[in-house]
Design a protein around this ligand. Structure first.
Ligand SMILES: Cc1cc2nc3c(=O)[nH]c(=O)nc-3n(C[C@H](O)[C@H](O)[C@H](O)COP(=O)(O)O)c2cc1C
Length: 499
């Protein structure tokens, strides 16, 4: 897909879009409508008549598993990782020198082939505002206690002052005035590193809208040296087109709807927040940099994309789930013993990680906990639950069963401490606090278990085959299925809300 308009056309054709012509208020009302719609598994919404602005608002575009798959052009979220397999080879530990070099070369070639293409003119610059004015955008105030209106679905583009490398991050932006925005890049994020690494002014560009993969790419926790635009190019099988900004030395997606350009002064901070966040709580006022807007450009008749986060599940959960699926090979590269992992929606992606492993030595579960607490943004995980390889980490009934049945709290709970997500309100100090690991694997004699670990009570194959053969004659209908299968409990792999 080329841009947001092609994406909207696809949503319409797939019966996944409702266009609302009644007037709606960006102050709280859109949130209430979008949040109800998302939580009921409803469609994407295009509000055509937004009070105070001539721009329509697109929201809930990623609000179901099906729409997330449509956005990525895949049948299932697991399919996404095939597209980026070559790139993850770049992060892989050497197997043999020849093989490692070969794999890295393929990864590098893939990224190089998908490098963004610079174009000289672009739809996102069809209109250049004479005087930049954020008041014309339908920026929503999402929750009653929010500190004001926030842009919630931006791609924030910065440059590393040392390497010159580009970063794209999805960081919310608080509207402070008609020409200033709060830049909420958290302490562990790449743009915050760009900010710390230099002195003086830092240029920033913000893209709103574009094709759905380019929008999503800003939320990917990629290593700093990998350009999100190149990965977006790999995911869409087509290079992203970029155009140079009008007033800053940065490039932005040519097919975006709206571009905001500006600069912030390193060392200058202002209060940002509160904001009803994806933790389900308000994050308190904190100090963040301020963007001074130097230009706003846009397409003719621009469409403003937005998202609501709040008490989970909210629309962002499918963006996070896609990333979780995509990064499984990356986790397995440092931890080949990992079979699968799951970051529950309700855990806001940083509070809990359930991981299944092929356990092969005493203390293996503890090794995996330490590794997770030392890997990229997964290092911010507060609770890790380790289960045996046969447990389905996406089936929380199985996981709770294993936790309850296998864990001796005096033996299998590991307490640690370290960096936590900046949004976490539980620790006494921001971004730093306790960690907990639960070893819910079967305990081995070598781990001090002197009794006999019991076997799981399962039916034998002969009896199962016999009942399979006789099921029709029994006349028992279960949940509309003639014969219950192992996956009958879940329509989606990720819980019952996948539409
Ligand atoms: C809807 C949405 C909003 C987000 N808002 C923020 C935010 O305000 N600040 C932040 O640091 N991360 C936010 N994130 C998470 C980042 O986008 C994510 O950590 C990403 O990896 C950051 O890019 P980086 O790794 O290049 O820093 C948000 C993610 C989503 C899906």
């Amino acid at each position: 897909m080329k841009d947001l308009r092609e994406w909207i056309a696809l949503l319409r054709a797939e019966g996944e879009l409702v266009e609302v012509t009644a007037e709606v208020d960006p102050h709280l009302e859109i949130t209430e409508i979008a949040d109800r719609t998302m939580k009921a598994g409803g469609p994407a919404l295009l509000f055509r008549n937004v009070r105070g602005s001539s721009m329509p608002v697109l929201i809930n575009q990623f609000g179901t598993e099906r729409r997330m798959c449509l956005a990525l052009g895949v049948e299932s979220l697991d399919e996404v990782r095939q597209r980026v397999a070559d790139i993850f080879e770049l992060l892989s530990p050497p197997k043999g020198l020849g093989e490692a070099l070969g794999a890295a070369a393929t990864g590098l070639r893939t990224l190089k082939d998908s490098k963004p293409k610079i174009v000289s003119s672009a739809p996102c610059q069809e209109v250049v505002m004479a005087e930049p004015n954020l008041d014309v955008l339908p920026i929503m105030q999402c929750w009653p206690e929010d500190g004001g209106p926030f842009i919630t679905l931006p791609s924030v583009i910065t440059r590393d002052p040392v390497t010159g490398g580009r970063n794209v991050g999805m960081y919310r932006l608080q509207k402070h005035s008609a020409t200033t925005l709060g830049l909420h890049w958290q302490i562990h994020k790449d743009a915050a590193a760009d900010w710390r690494a230099g002195a003086g002014r830092m240029e920033v560009a913000i893209a709103l809208g574009g094709d759905p993969i380019s929008i999503y790419a800003g939320s990917l926790p990629l290593p700093k040296h990998i350009d999100e635009h190149a990965v977006a190019g790999v995911l869409r099988s087509e290079r992203v087109e970029l155009v140079r900004c009008k007033t800053v030395d940065l490039e932005v997606p040519a097919n975006a709807e709206i571009i905001i350009e500006g600069w912030c002064e390193r060392g200058v901070l202002a209060p940002e927040g509160p904001f009803g966040d994806h933790t389900g709580y308000y994050t308190p006022v904190d100090q963040f940099p301020v963007l001074n807007v130097t230009a706003i450009t846009h397409r003719k008749d621009p469409i403003y994309p937005s998202i609501v986060v709040g008490v989970p599940p909210s629309e962002d959960v499918w963006l996070g789930k896609a990333t979780e699926r995509m990064f499984l090979p990356a986790v397995q590269m440092t931890l080949p013993e990992v079979v699968d992992y799951d970051l529950p929606f309700a855990g806001a992606f940083h509070n809990c990680c359930i991981v299944s492993i092929r356990k092969s030595f005493p203390g293996h579960a503890q090794k995996v906990m330490h590794a997770i607490w030392g890997t990229g943004l997964l290092s911010l995980t507060k609770a890790v639950v380790v289960v045996d390889e046969w447990v389905d980490v996406h089936d929380y009934t199985q996981v709770m069963w294993q936790l309850g049945a296998n864990v001796d709290p005096g033996r299998d709970v590991m307490l640690s401490s370290g960096p936590l997500d900046q949004l976490d309100h539980a620790p006494s100090r921001p971004s730093l606090g306790g960690k907990i690991g639960f070893d819910a694997t079967a305990t081995w004699p070598e781990e001090g278990y002197a009794r006999t670990w019991p076997a799981v009570a399962r039916m034998d194959d002969a009896t199962k085959a016999g009942v399979d053969a006789r099921w029709g004659e029994l006349g028992i209908m279960l949940s509309g299925r003639e014969r219950p299968g192992p996956s009958s409990a879940r329509r989606s792999r990720f819980g019952r809300r996948g539409s």
